[in-house]
Design a protein around this ligand. Structure first.
Ligand code: NAD
Length: 304
């Protein structure tokens, strides 16, 4: 017998979750603030819960996927609901910060329910695919018990750790890396266009450059892990070499009147690292600047 699931929230993502669960034959009920969004799901076999409380009472596992934690709190934090939570499992798939995840876990567990906090590293069309990653943190016991259902939502599902905010932290970190690349592409397009290079040409060179960028990316992670900030024989390009090339971006922005907000912020970070280190250092010597730490403190865990 498959677990009874209730999904709270039938937006783009919630609806995709419901469709996937139905495809995998999970008995699934759904509730949404406006019932109209539940109708197509009902046509596929979902039961429409008449209220949040009814949905929770009828389910073993409740998946929440609404806009944000404020919306989720507004659904859960009522006396009638808290009594319905006892013995249930809550899987929070609404995006939130690590702090919100920690607070939510404490609140849910204090009301007698199991809790897992999840981060969906995909768009709705990827839910249920073998390669799709959802990250979870919180109770390992809950994760193990519901593994089959969790993997039904994405074959690349992964447990990050017992601290409930860890999945959100990893989500934020991965998105930060993505935004870095996307903001970089926006800046790069402004530079290429200003110099009469077409975006097609820019695009055509991205793929060939990608392995080089990926190499530098993994190198900076490995060096930061090991605290290897001084330049050495394995250094790919020194801080000084990066800084010198970076001046060309500042100059292009200045000369062509481009938005230099991000380059200026990057320039300040370069300067901070150079003021305490040297141009012979590795690029990874920028890492402690992001933690507001000196190099010697860098490898200490945040909660030490
Ligand atoms: P959406 O706008 O399509 O749906 C939002 C849902 O939240 C709707 O069902 C709406 O009724 C509900 N909602 C909003 N305010 C509410 C309130 N006050 N009370 C009750 N319900 C309320 O958004 P979505 O794309 O489905 O995203 C849902 C969650 O999934 C968000 O936290 C989002 O960050 C996360 N997420 C989305 C994607 C994506 O690609 N769409 C990817 C990863 C994570």
């Amino acid at each position: 017998m498959k677990t009874n699931v209730c999904v709270l929230g039938a937006g783009r993502m919630g609806s995709s979750i419901v469709r996937t669960l139905l495809n995998q034959s999970y008995p699934t009920s759904v509730w949404n603030r406006t019932v109209v969004k539940c109708k197509p799901l009902a046509a596929l076999g979902a039961k429409v819960a008449s209220s949040v409380e009814d949905g929770i009472r009828a389910a073993d596992i409740v998946i929440i996927n609404v806009l944000d934690y404020a919306a989720s709190d507004a659904l859960l934090k009522h006396e009638s609901i808290t009594s319905a939570l006892v013995g249930k499992t809550i899987v929070q798939l609404t995006s939130g910060s690590p702090r919100l995840a920690r607070e939510e876990a404490g609140w849910v567990e204090a009301h007698g329910a199991g809790y897992l906090d999840g981060a969906i590293m995909a768009t709705p069309d990827f839910i249920g695919k073998p390669e799709t990653t959802l990250l979870y943190s919180g109770s390992r016991e809950v994760y193990e018990r519901h593994k089959a259902l969790l993997f039904a939502l994405g074959g690349g599902t992964s447990y990050v750790g017992e601290v409930p905010g860890q999945a959100s932290a990893l989500d934020t970190a991965l998105l930060t890396q993505m935004w870095g690349g996307l903001f970089g592409a926006l800046q790069g397009m402004a530079v290429t266009e200003a110099e009469g290079v077409s975006l097609d040409t820019f695009r055509s060179h991205l793929s060939a450059f990608k392995p080089v960028v990926d190499g530098a990316l993994f190198d900076v992670v490995e060096r930061t892990k090991a605290g290897r900030f001084a330049g050495d024989d394995a250094t790919l390009a020194s801080l000084g070499a990066h800084h010198s090339a970076f001046q060309h971006l500042l100059e292009a922005c200045e000369e062509r009147g481009l938005n230099a907000a991000i380059p200026r912020a990057m320039a300040a970070i370069f300067q901070e690292a150079l003021s305490v280190g040297s141009s012979d250092d590795d690029f990874a010597s920028l890492s402690p600047v992001f933690r507001n730490r000196s190099r010697s403190q860098n490898s200490e865990p945040a909660n030490a």
